[in-house]
Design a protein around this ligand. Structure first.
Ligand code: F3S
Length: 755
């Protein structure tokens, strides 16, 4: 059995008591988001009502999902924790490392040829430590999670931003960095700032060409790409209950594109139908018993302004189909004349080269069936396709069922490329060009979520527009960005003018889902004998060695780089081609801080080696210090380490011998990641001291032997001319985190406690 009904029943057994207690504690009716948050507190005895947007709270998620790109370092780290099994049900999904080029079978084989050592590693670690493993080709992580694991009222985390998709089945599901997932897998709490709440009231009903995708495209247009930051978006109202469960998933999925912590919907009949259709009637039965606890309180939805930090209202009956883009998912334009004008004003190519349907956002059975109803009309009405069409089914279960029901064949009749059940073009794994950097300006339309430059095909000149699957199909048939299927006709092969009728489709397969091999491998009950497959000479995978504690005697520490201005986790650990080395700490460390601007000389990746006086790249210089047995320090500006939560940005400097990062201020997640790796993350007590730091400085930590919570640390900074400055620094380490430092890393401490 893929999911654990007993675990879900346990959650529901608690929910009544804990939600009632939270209602008393807060003295008010509760939103669904609050119910889920309060019923997943790590400390079950807490008597504190949390302040939204302010308090940091420890939670106990019910499950974890990992995708193949991020799982590598997460699992390598987990292996350091000395545990025999993951503490929380966890699954690994192989979907990101599969290129789309020739079609599913050839592409899958080529992914196996290229990345088999990574897949084998993930499979063996999963088998050993009790994680469920979804093979390459089994499907896209979030579609597979929705079909198998998501459940109303649950809380999950996943090492992918679109983990939020599971909100479609009433979860609070949040994308996190690998380090957070490792903590929870190792049995620790997961910390999150108690989110603010945005309520979206949906009135009316979707009809005609308008789809759930248009709801989130509209929301993105209203609140912008940052509008949801630090908040959970909770949808409610008659419009919400009238939509399918997978449609709700689409809306929650793209909550990531407005920066929301996550999005969710209250439990309703569409979710019950979906649970029963996906062979989880026992979950539906259990949910029905506590259903009032799996949605917001009636008073909240009746007076949302009183209970949410922000309320948005959308009338679905008035909503029309939208196209968002190019280059940002929040630039919303109505189809037809509005788009014609926008394209003309901005010089966007009107001719559409490709329509792509799929990704974790829109690859359900309903999505494929509605898009196929448009494709079928092109066949029936004799309309020649003007663009190429590509399809990525969300899972093998969806693909198999859609093939059984003749849906895939409709696309094939239009010469569509049916790609692997995987991310493919959505994550730049689309071999569209031999030389993408010099490829021509063009437009594409897709049903994915992200459309930043180069995201799909590596071509900076590709203008990608996001739409519903049915609109994507219609625009691909018409081949024009400004096509409005509600008003515009097309000329068929007989020279006749024909219109496309409104899409139709099935919320769920009328004959039920079917699948031959869903691609799931259950772990062995006792995996202790399983050998982990990593070759000694692999350039993609490297087993980790525990970090050595830095100790209390840090003297003679050399400045590695004084970063100037913005220094995000992308500047510290770049993505792009480096993704290949995500599972190999030494190799990926060759990108360490190469994007940061050195305040001396204002160049990137060009710093002074104080031992030789020569200038070189940051990683090489750090390695030279390390080889000489000298620790180094990174100095930075404001909000150092903002951006993604990737743990590589802390692990790489640690690996290269950086002992401390001293900045004006930190992005909190990165600061925590530094602490977890057993490093010092410090801030200037007086920001102006940043200016005291010179290129040839040496740092002596004078009172590290008194490292304690709330006690500043002093550093003697020795300049090249022998003069000295005493710099007072602050930190936010609590006693437990100081133990991480003392042991060399949080994982070392966990391992020690388990020994
Ligand atoms: Fe994959 Fe794209 Fe979703 S990369 S997980 S299909 S956002």
């Amino acid at each position: 059995m893929a999911f654990d009904i007993n675990m879900i029943k346990k959650v529901y057994a608690n929910v009544v008591e804990r939600v009632d207690a939270a209602r008393k504690l807060t003295g008010k009716p509760l939103t669904l988001s609050e119910k889920i948050l309060y019923s997943h507190l790590w400390d079950k005895t807490t008597d504190k009502a949390f302040v939204r947007g302010k308090d940091y709270v420890d939670f106990a998620p019910d499950r974890i999902a990992l995708q193949d790109a991020t799982a590598q370092m997460a699992l390598l780290q987990f292996m350091q924790a000395g545990k025999s099994k993951v503490a929380v049900p966890t699954t690994t999904h192989c979907d990101h490392l599969i290129q789309a080029k020739n079609g599913a079978s050839m592409d899958l084989q080529s992914a196996l040829n290229t990345s088999n050592e990574v897949f084998n590693f993930l499979e063996s670690v999963s088998n050993k430590y009790g994680l469920g493993f979804w093979k390459p080709g089994a499907g896209i992580i979030h579609q597979v999670v929705l079909e198998n694991y998501a459940f109303p009222g649950g809380m999950m985390i996943g090492t992918d931003s679109h983990t939020v998709n599971a909100g479609g089945l009433g979860m609070v599901a949040i994308g996190v960095g690998g380090a957070d997932a490792v903590d929870v897998m190792a049995g620790m709490a997961w910390e999150l700032k108690f989110p603010k709440l945005i309520g979206v009231k949906l009135t009316g009903k979707l009809s005609g060409w308008t789809a759930p995708k248009d709801v989130i495209l509209k929301v993105a247009g209203i609140v912008s790409a940052k509008g949801g930051t630090g908040a959970i978006v909770e949808y409610f109202g008659e419009g919400a209950t009238s939509m399918s469960c997978t449609g709700k998933g689409t809306i929650c999925n793209m909550g990531a594109e407005i920066g929301a912590t996550t999005s969710t919907f209250g439990y309703d009949e569409s979710m019950e139908r979906y649970l029963r259709a996906t062979d989880r009637s026992d979950v539906a039965d259990a949910a029905n018993e506590v259903k009032d606890y799996l949605t917001g309180d009636a008073e909240v939805y009746a007076n949302p302004e009183e209970y949410f930090d922000q309320v948005i209202e959308i009338n679905l009956s008035e909503l029309g189909p939208l196209l968002n883009g190019p280059f940002t998912p929040d630039l919303s334009t109505k189809v037809g004349t509005d788009m014609a004008k926008a394209a003309n004003d901005n010089d966007w190519p009107l001719k559409v080269e490709w329509g792509l349907i799929g990704s974790c956002t829109n690859s359900s059975y309903e999505d494929l069936s509605r898009a196929s109803s448009i494709a079928q009309q092109a066949i029936d009405k004799g309309i020649k396709m003007k663009s190429e069409l590509g399809i990525n089914p969300g899972s093998e279960q969806v693909r198999f069922t859609a093939a059984r029901d003749g849906i895939i064949q409709i696309f094939e009749k239009l010469d569509a490329k049916i790609f692997t059940n995987a991310c493919g073009p959505c994550i730049g794994q689309w071999a569209r060009y031999d030389d993408p950097k010099n490829a021509p300006k063009n437009s594409i339309v897709h049903s994915f979520n992200r459309n930043f430059a180069k995201r799909a095909d590596g071509n900076p000149n590709t203008h990608a527009f996001v739409a519903s699957p049915e609109l994507t199909a219609a625009i691909a048939i018409a081949g024009r960005l400004d096509f409005n299927p509600m008003t515009d006709s097309l000329i068929n092969e007989n020279g006749e003018q024909v219109m496309l009728d409104e899409p139709t489709g099935w919320e769920l397969p009328p004959k039920g889902f079917a699948v031959d091999d869903n691609g799931y491998l259950a772990p062995e009950k006792d995996g202790s004998h399983v050998q982990i497959a990593v070759k000694d000479d692999s350039d993609r995978l490297q087993l980790l060695e525990p970090f050595t504690p830095l100790g209390n005697n840090l003297t003679g520490v050399k400045l590695l780089i004084k970063a100037f201005g913005k220094c995000t986790t992308d500047h510290i650990s770049m993505a792009g081609p480096w993704l290949r080395y995500r599972g190999h700490l030494d190799n990926i460390s060759n990108n360490c801080l190469i994007g940061a601007v050195n305040a001396f000389g204002m160049k990137t990746n060009f710093v002074k080696n104080q031992l030789t006086g020569e200038f070189g790249g940051v990683p090489d210089t750090a390695r030279a210090y390390k080889a000489a047995g000298i620790k180094s320090i990174v100095v930075g500006d404001h909000n150092y380490g903002e951006g993604s939560s990737r743990e590589h940005a802390a692990m790489e400097p640690r690996h290269l011998g950086v002992a401390a990062v001293l900045v004006k201020s930190f992005a909190r997640i990165h600061e925590t990641n530094l602490k977890k790796q057993g490093m010092l993350g410090l801030t200037f007590n007086d920001e102006a001291d940043y200016d005291l730091i010179q290129e040839d400085d040496t740092f002596n930590f004078v009172d590290l032997n008194e490292f304690a919570p709330d006690k500043p640390l002093t550093i003697e900074v020795v300049h090249a001319d022998g003069s000295k400055d005493m710099v007072v620094t602050n930190h936010t380490y609590n006693q437990g985190q100081i133990e991480w430092y003392n042991e060399g890393s949080a994982l070392n401490l966990i391992k020690k406690e388990n020994a």
